[in-house]
Write a protein that binds this ligand. Structure first.
Ligand code: THU
Length: 145
């Protein structure tokens, strides 16, 4: 799967954009900084960071910031997303997986069998998944047709 994905998806470029977006994270409460970069079907890239709030539940994750930016610019189909997250002030030392709500947000605008989720520590050190692996047996727009 890895080889097949690499030929189709600009993995390193997406990771680079996600790492750059992470620098803009607004995370004064958790100190946990996340960046994401989503690749649309038109091969456009949109980035996002987590945006926390004094009313904690109003926090938005990096993935949904990126997805919201893409959708609000008229993009409704995604091929891949890269995520880079780690505590502030540290070299990125962990693989930061998308939360359940973000997995569902990805599901809304992608085919879970083909959508690629890249969880990265660096451009050389990352894990690749199909969304279906991270969100099996999902509920989606088709259920409501
Ligand atoms: N966070 C994300 O940005 N994406 C995720 O998928 C998991 C969590 C953020 C939200 C919050 O600002 C911080 O990480 C700690 O939960």
């Amino acid at each position: 799967m890895d080889k097949e994905i690499r030929e189709d998806i600009p993995v390193r470029e997406l990771i680079r954009w996600a790492a750059e977006a992470r620098k803009k994270a607004y995370a004064p409460y958790s100190g946990y900084m996340v960046g994401a970069a989503v690749l649309t079907n038109e091969l456009r890239i949109y980035t996002g960071c987590n945006i926390e709030n004094a009313s904690y539940a109003a926090t938005i994750c990096a993935e949904r910031t990126a997805i919201g930016k893409a959708v609000s610019e008229g993009r409704r189909g995604f091929k891949a997303i890269a995520i880079v997250g780690s505590p502030k002030g540290e070299v990125v030392s962990q693989y930061s997986f998308p939360c359940g709500i973000c997995r569902q947000a990805m599901r809304e605008f992608s085919n879970p069998k083909t959508m690629v989720v890249i969880v990265a520590r660096s451009e050389e050190d990352y894990k690749l998944y199909r969304l279906e692996e991270l969100l099996p047996d999902s509920f989606g727009p088709d259920n409501l047709r």
